[in-house]
Design a protein around this ligand. Structure first.
Ligand code: UN1
Length: 492
């Protein structure tokens, strides 16, 4: 079936008529549809529509905008199973995880919908008599949202819902690998009755659609989740227009295991963090750092458990690990594994493209564990975004922290210890936006800030109250009711 862009409330083809296909990574013969290959002229139409809709939308009281998000939440709830199945087909994550992805958006809809009745500002006294001052939130304007394929409903919901509640209009370009689920998500907004032009959906690729969108003079803000290289480019483009640019970039998230850790619990958490979503989360654990005394027993448990993980099409209930997103990613992951071997790391398990039986229909990679990994190795430093875990030995707590922080990234982190002092110190010492104690690196909840330090981002956070901060700007109001000219700063 052929799908269309959604611009100004109308479903339209790309002006050029060009299209691209969405292919299931679990079964390359399963095509999820044909989508408009958008270019500059389509971007122009979408931004114009967002611009036209801005005045009216931003003047609707925010509690009313919140009601729309509640309706979206209800519709998502009713369609959870249907959406999860399409997501599994298109993106590959196993059905249970796809359900979680939709659930994250449902949670976000209610959480952010409620914000419509707050959008808190503040009132303070003035330094002068008969004068009052307060600060309120105003929308930023026309916002461009560019989202990744790995959380094709959850991550867009982190951006779309807060942008809308704060009164912005949006142009959304979802990843080219997951257009179908983006279409289904957008249909929910149409059904909920969002006014024309408030939400515009544009399919396509970064080079054409993405580039034209971030460059557009009428775009006031850009929010992007993806790679550091693309993020840096977008930041530069945004800088030319003095745009507010919000970036969520890579991760190389460590789990530290101390000598007093519960090893069984740690192993289960490590496997879930490293191989859940086939390692394709920006919060995935890709570096395990273990103190020497528990290294060998922990590796033995991990290897034993990892061998039992079942790969396959995520629609089958017994499957634990789905495919990787596409052939380019599959090759990139395998190239990293070959590099790791060359760099001198020891391959404990995996290291192969999986092709037995039905796996040959898609892009599958065996869960892979390397031991003996040191910080000079590229597999320790670079984000692989696949089911590859590196293990490094630490001499003790200080060394473990030093290894954990030896990275350009700082999104998530975790430590396994039963010692309250060690746990508390790690919260202070780990350079990351998120730290888990006795839990893996994934599973952030929607009402808390999400994001990271160093090259993971440019200082902003998604979700929680922080999201409202991203998508609004302060308006400061001074009201003088003295009836004569009073000058501030003590000027007579
Ligand atoms: C991502 O990988 O881009 O915390 C987001 C988690 C999920 C979201 C991950 N709730 O792992």
């Amino acid at each position: 079936m052929k799908y269309k862009n959604w611009i100004g409330g109308n479903w339209v083809d790309a002006k050029s008529g060009r299209t691209f296909q969405s292919i299931s990574p679990a079964d390359n013969s399963d095509i999820l549809g044909e989508f408009p290959f958008s270019e500059k002229q389509d971007v122009n139409a979408a931004v114009e529509a967002a611009d036209k809709a801005f005045h009216d939308w931003s003047h609707i009281p925010s509690p009313r905008r919140g009601e729309l998000l509640f309706a979206v939440g209800e519709l998502l709830k009713g369609r959870k199973e249907e959406l999860a199945k399409i997501m599994t087909r298109e993106m590959g994550k196993v059905l249970n995880e796809a359900r979680g992805d939709v659930q994250e958006a449902i949670d976000m809809a209610y959480y952010v919908g409620g914000e419509g009745r707050r959008l808190l500002g503040y009132v303070t006294p003035s330094e002068l008599p008969n004068k009052t001052c307060y600060a309120i939130r105003r929308p930023v304007g026309r916002v461009a949202l560019i989202t990744p394929w790995n959380f094709p409903i959850a991550v867009p919901s982190w951006k779309i819902f807060p942008a809308l509640i704060a009164g912005n209009t949006i142009v959304w370009k979802p990843a080219q690998d997951t257009p179908r689920i983006a279409y289904e998500f957008s249909r929910v907004f149409e059904e909920a009755g969002i006014p024309k032009g408030v939400f515009n959906l544009l399919f396509g690729f970064g080079r054409e659609a993405g580039q034209a969108l971030v460059e557009h003079a009428k775009i006031d803000m850009i929010s992007f989740t993806g790679s550091v290289d693309v993020g840096r480019h977008i930041y530069e483009m945004g800088a030319k227009k003095i745009n507010h640019v919000h970036l969520e970039l890579g991760g190389k998230n460590p789990i530290l295991v101390m000598e007093d850790a519960g090893l069984e619990l740690a192993a289960d958490a490590i496997l879930w963090s490293a191989f859940g979503t086939t390692g394709q989360r920006c919060t995935a654990c890709s570096r395990l750092i273990v103190v020497e005394s528990v290294h060998d027993p922990l590796i033995a448990i991990l290897v034993k458990k990892a061998k039992k993980l079942k790969l396959g099409n995520g629609l089958n209930a017994d499957v634990e690990i789905g495919p990787v997103i596409n052939k380019t990613q599959l090759k990139s992951i395998h190239d990293y594994v070959e590099l790791g071997i060359k760099e001198g790391a020891k391959l404990e398990i995996g290291g192969k493209i999986a092709t037995e039986g039905d796996l040959a229909k898609g892009t599958f990679y065996m869960p892979t564990i390397f031991t003996g990994v040191t910080p000079e190795m590229r597999i320790f430093q670079e984000e692989i975004f696949g089911p590859v875990l590196t293990v490094s030995k630490a001499k003790g707590y200080e060394h473990a922290i030093e290894l954990a922080n030896d990275t350009q990234f700082g999104l998530s982190s975790a430590i396994f210890t039963r010692n309250v002092y060690t746990a508390q110190r790690a919260i202070d010492d780990l350079e990351a936006g998120i730290t888990y104690i006795n839990y893996g690196t994934t599973g952030a909840e929607v009402h808390l800030p999400f994001g990271g330090v160093k090259n993971t981002g440019n200082g902003g956070r998604e979700a929680g109250q922080a999201a409202i901060e991203q998508y609004s700007e302060w308006k400061t109001v001074y009201i003088d009711y003295s009836g004569h000219l009073q000058k501030a700063q003590g000027i007579d």
